[in-house]
Write a protein that binds this ligand. Structure first.
Ligand SMILES: [Zn+2]
Ligand SMILES: [Zn+2]
Length: 337
């Protein structure tokens, strides 16, 4: 295929309106009521919102090229490798683990609720370890590298993260009986919501969504998740339902007094795509190389980011505990335990 043809198809694919266009052309509007039709309708929403976000940023002179660069470069790289690996991994896990499922579920509303709760648990497990095991943080940190929030961050992922996430999420769901059609439906809803919660302040200033902030995880919660403030680090691991964050004590609301600082705590080369993509792997490699003894080398790989063989740990738990101790008085006034 000619290079321009490939680029043309990639460009068209990015906007994701081909299925919807087909429905309009054939005037088969009834198809919009099916699951496939709803997906066809919703698929172009994110790219269009992203475009509006950029235009609004330009209009208010808040747009900066650097805010989108890392995410879009990552999208382009992932487009070619990650989606293929991820689909293969989901198919493999379904085929391999389905015979061992504890029981079988069907497509009904109560199994849908059950499936969603299980999915959120599986998502929590993948995401929690993505933050708490240094090796997995190497895969997840690209998503946290951008020092701003906008819809393009949805696309910022290391190419091996999707397969890693899908092994864990699909395996847990399949073993706990979530049947594949139900799983794909949940994955679609989760993916759509998971993209939306990256909406930036340019498009939605207050991400709390009113009363919904008390019931589900909102863009505000996910902004907190992307913050490097000591109080906010390693919180809000869920995606839509907040039950597992509540259960494991990792739910954190956005505080009026604590302004969000986006990004990771490691000093980064500003706007450097390669640093955002490989920086944590390089840093881990250096720590492993410099660590004395094989035990310390292995511990660096599996302990949380910030762990040190010297005992001078800078993990999120330690940094947060120090912060809370220092700001005890102020936090108590704000109703923070
Ligand atoms: Zn995360
Ligand atoms: Zn995110």
């Amino acid at each position: 295929m000619h290079i321009f043809e490939i680029l043309y198809h990639e460009f068209i694919g990015f906007w994701g309106y081909d299925q919807l266009w087909k429905i309009i052309q054939t005037q088969n509007y009834e198809a919009l009521l099916t699951q496939k039709g709803i997906q066809a309708f919703l698929r172009p929403v994110l790219p269009v919102l992203l475009l509006i976000e950029i235009i609004r940023g330009l209009f208010h002179q808040r747009y900066s090229h650097a805010q989108y660069k890392i995410s879009l470069f990552t999208y382009i790289l992932n487009r070619f490798i990650s989606s293929f690996l991820s689909i293969a991994m989901v198919a493999f896990c379904i085929g391999f683990f389905e015979p061992y499922a504890l029981f079988k579920t069907t497509l009904s509303w109560y199994w849908f609720i059950y499936g969603y709760v299980v999915w959120e648990l599986a998502h929590f497990v993948y995401h929690y370890f993505g933050h708490k095991v240094r090796l997995f943080w190497c895969l997840h940190s690209t998503h946290h590298a951008p020092e701003y929030m906008n819809l393009s961050v949805t696309y910022a992922h290391f190419f091996l993260e999707a397969p890693y996430a899908d092994i864990i999420r699909t395996t847990i769901c399949i073993l706990l009986g979530v049947n594949p059609p139900l799983l794909f439906l949940i994955m679609f809803i989760d993916g759509t919501w998971g993209s939306f919660i990256h909406i930036g302040e340019n498009l939605l200033k207050d991400g709390r969504l009113g009363f919904l902030n008390r019931v589900i995880l909102t863009p505000s919660h996910h902004r907190v998740h992307h913050a490097r403030n000591p109080l906010y680090m390693d919180t809000n691991f869920c995606n839509l339902l907040n039950i597992w964050d509540k259960a494991f004590g990792t739910l954190q609301d956005e505080k009026q007094q604590v302004d969000i600082e986006y990004g990771i705590s490691r000093p980064m080369k500003k706007g450097d795509f390669l640093d955002a993509y490989f920086g944590e792997i390089v840093a881990l490699g250096k720590d492993v190389y410099a660590a004395p003894g094989i035990k310390n080398k292995i511990l660096y790989v599996f302990m949380p980011p910030g762990w040190s063989h010297t005992g001078d740990h800078k993990t999120a738990t330690v940094v947060k505990a120090e912060y809370v101790k220092e700001h005890k008085q102020a936090l108590r006034l704000e109703g923070q335990p």
